[in-house]
Design a protein around this ligand. Structure first.
Ligand code: SIN
Length: 518
């Protein structure tokens, strides 16, 4: 299920759901009641197959960023809960890893089917706690489910090798075995898909997991876990704890039972996890921040470039690691592109994600809004032009106007920092060499986009870009079947695709010796 089916360019909502959404956007309780009836509004953590409160009874509220309403109160867990979750995962590993690949595959497939049959409720939950428009949430559910389906299939294809021996009475074998207990720390911007992209391959390969979702969006994680239990994922194979993030993180890092850490989030936290994994020498996968260049060449098809850049920039209101962060436009097409792009951005409707026409939701919190504001202020103070937007939205709360800044240059903070919001800075360039130089002049290396009609240039520039993902004439390229991950400080390892499962496997060499009969 390619990501490009979802989001800004996505299709209409299913009819009965559309009617319900109209009601829910005016009466938020209707949405929460619907979720309660579906059995998916779980408000406790999950340890060893049991739903539990924090041991000291502490709770934290989960807010709807569009309205400020409290959706639910959930446990504020810490070290003790994390340690018990690790023990449960460790115990469950013995039996889960011994199931046949076929059996694990069947249970994962059932989990996939349940996610798909509950996709409207899961999407509703994502919109309520994260804020993205329902169409994008439905896209995320399909995207998230696709990792479970893909790795259910891959479970059956974890092959080893037989190596020609160097001594004739020996046989040399390579086995691939699960690493063990996995600690997965996941972000709020994709509350479902960033969990399934990690837990899918972990469970498929025979690992068990302790997941710490973001405290902003734990409800989607809990709903997914409820469906996992219904699908027959063994008690203890998937545990969910959240609350005191530093304490839970430290417990995962310090435990010798946890053999792997996988994380999606900021580069700063990723570096801490990398350092913290050293004392127990854990395997690690990191999917960290980006600073994606989007290069529009003079020979680009203008409509394709505008549509693609819009999608690459404004998905999830600019809150993805692969969002276009710097839009480099060649001088010959600059004016035409800037005016067509500004017009398209002006038309983006901002609002509560439950309203059908909304394509831009709120930012996750006040800190995110303040960061966007300060980057815009810095850029305009240094001479950038505001082509569209440029301020808080009249809806208040954490809504920000979709914004285009013209004549941005390297002196401005916005050209080197990850914006993570709905602001598109346009930078002018003259030559292909200059564009490549600017694009690569960063410590990040996750995603890059180019728009050109020239096939030789597509190859040349794709190869020259120091990035893990390159979109050519496409702004939405994420899919479960292709590897996702970054160069440089954007991370380590790959998620999704046939490469993604290797991150959860150990390689064992077995030498069978003295095979000659006496
Ligand atoms: C992310 O923002 O971390 C993930 C985006 C994607 O999977 O496309």
């Amino acid at each position: 299920m390619a990501m490009c089916r979802a989001g800004l360019l996505g299709s209409r909502l299913p009819h009965p759901f559309r009617i319900l959404c109209r009601q829910m956007s005016t009466e938020p309780r209707v949405a929460v009641d619907r979720l309660r009836q579906s059995g998916l509004l779980r408000t406790q953590g999950l340890i060893g197959g049991k739903w539990i409160d924090a041991y000291d009874g502490k709770t934290i509220p989960v807010h709807n960023p569009a309205t400020g309403d409290v959706i639910a109160n959930v446990p504020f867990m810490g070290r003790n809960e994390a340690i018990n979750a690790i023990s449960s995962a460790h115990e469950a590993f013995t039996s889960w890893s011994k199931l046949t690949a076929n059996e694990r595959s069947k249970r994962l497939r059932k989990w996939y089917d349940l996610i798909i049959s509950h996709k409207e409720d899961l999407a509703l939950l994502i919109t309520l706690e994260q804020g993205k428009p329902l169409k994008e949430s439905l896209g995320e559910v399909n995207y998230g489910a696709s990792f479970i389906e893909f790795f259910a299939e891959e479970a059956k294809r974890i092959y080893g090798d037989i190596i020609p021996p160097t001594i004739d009475d020996r046989r040399l074998l390579v086995l691939k075995q699960p690493v063990g207990v996995v600690g997965a720390i996941t972000p709020w911007n994709f509350p479902l898909a960033m969990i399934t992209r990690k837990v899918g391959p972990a469970l498929a390969s025979g690992c068990t997991a302790v997941v710490k979702p973001s405290e902003y969006t734990p409800l989607t994680a809990l709903a997914a876990a409820e469906l996992a239990l219904q699908a027959g994922i063994s008690p203890g194979a998937l545990n969910i704890v959240f609350g005191n993030a530093p304490d839970i993180g430290d417990s995962l890092l310090e435990s010798t039972k946890v053999r792997k850490i996988t994380f999606t989030g900021s580069t700063a936290v990723g570096k801490k996890l990398m350092a913290g994994s050293a004392s127990t020498v854990k395997k690690i996968s990191l999917e960290l921040g980006g600073n994606a260049p989007c290069i529009v060449f003079d020979d680009a098809d203008l409509d394709v470039a505008v549509k693609g850049t819009l999608a690459a920039k404004f998905r999830n209101s600019g809150q993805t690691c692969v969002c276009a962060n710097r839009i480099l436009v060649q001088e010959g097409i600059y004016d035409k592109f800037a005016s067509a792009f500004a017009k398209a951005v002006q038309a983006l409707e901002v609002g509560n994600g439950l309203i059908e026409t909304t394509v831009q939701g709120p930012l996750i919190n006040e800190a995110a809004l303040e960061k966007v504001e300060s980057l815009v202020k810095d850029a305009t103070g240094k001479g950038a032009d505001v082509l569209v937007g440029g301020r808080r939205h009249s809806l208040g709360r954490t809504f920000y106007e979709p914004t285009v800044l013209g004549n941005v240059n390297n002196e401005m903070l916005i050209s080197s920092q990850e914006v993570f919001g709905p602001v598109a800075p346009l930078l002018r360039f003259k030559t292909e060499e200059e564009a490549i130089q600017i694009a690569n002049d960063t410590n990040a290396g996750l995603a890059a986009y180019i728009f050109t009609s020239s096939m030789p240039r597509s190859w040349r520039v794709s190869e020259a870009l120091e990035y893990g993902l390159v979109g050519v004439n496409e702004g939405l390229i994420s899919t479960e079947v292709a590897p996702f991950g970054g160069f440089k400080q954007s991370g380590l390892g790959r998620e999704g695709s046939k490469y993604g499962i290797d991150e959860y496997l150990e390689i064992k060499y077995v030498c069978l010796g003295n095979l000659k009969e006496a």
